[in-house]
Write a protein that binds this ligand. Structure first.
Ligand code: E4P
Length: 220
């Protein structure tokens, strides 16, 4: 099971990396905008910086929505660093682009997946990862975690090599729920990753151990 961090913020990526648990990074145009990274050249340099920091898979999303534009942009992105995974939206042109990239040996992440049928088409087209959006489904009263489970089951049943990358994770509970569903990867905000560590019994137990040590070792 792999942990990706869902941000373009270098400090947060570094912090997760230094915890020793980070396998990769996902970005999207909104996350790049949040960091104020403007212009294609700066964005490319930012992706390279992220790749150098992490040494794992880094999803970089195409902006083009037409097939030719996606191919052109995705080929440039893939050429920036061997760790780049080209992120492609789940549309008709996106599915065609996934097939093109797969045939060329370029790894892909099919994003904006909200149904098992979309994941099926992306897997058939050779996507390396499919990204069901958990939080955004929950936001509209649907069950994002259940979708992750359905996609995991479908891909395993048919023995697709495509990995499920649970995205749009909003909290630590989402992470645990997606792991229960057998997801291959979760991509999460840093706070949701850190939240996994919180347990009052750990805090209380540690305080007790330290207190007992102190009492046992204090001078008479
Ligand atoms: C990552 O691949 C997705 O773009 C991201 O998880 C979306 O998250 P959001 O729904 O919180 O914007």
């Amino acid at each position: 099971m792999k942990f990706f961090i869902d941000t373009a913020n270098l400090d947060q990526i570094r912090e997760a990396y230094e915890m020793g648990i980070l396998d990769g990074v996902t970005t999207n145009p909104s996350l790049m905008a949040k960091e104020g990274i403007k212009g294609v050249q700066n964005q490319h340099e930012h992706y390279i910086r992220i790749c150098q920091l992490v040494g794992g898979d880094v999803s970089a999303e195409v902006i083009a929505t037409d097939y030719n534009g996606m191919i052109e942009e995705g080929t440039i992105l893939a050429g920036l660093d061997p760790h780049i995974v080209v992120k492609v939206p789940c549309t008709t042109d996106g599915i065609k682009a996934l097939r093109y990239f797969s045939d060329k040996g370029i790894r892909t992440n099919c994003t904006l997946i909200f149904s098992t049928g979309q994941a099926l088409l992306a897997a058939k087209a050779g996507a390396t990862y499919v990204s069901p959006f958990v939080g955004r489904l929950d936001d509209i009263g649907e069950d994002g975690v259940a979708l992750v489970g359905n996609i995991v089951e479908m891909l395993r049943y048919y023995d697709f090599p495509t990995q499920v990358l649970a995205a749009s994770i909003r909290n630590s509970h989402h992470i645990v729920q997606c792991v229960d569903m057998g997801t291959d990867v979760v991509t999460c905000p840093l706070e949701a990753i850190k939240g996994l560590l919180n347990h009052p019994l750990t805090d209380a137990g540690l305080a007790r151990f330290l207190e007992d040590y102190r009492k046992n070792n204090e001078k008479n």
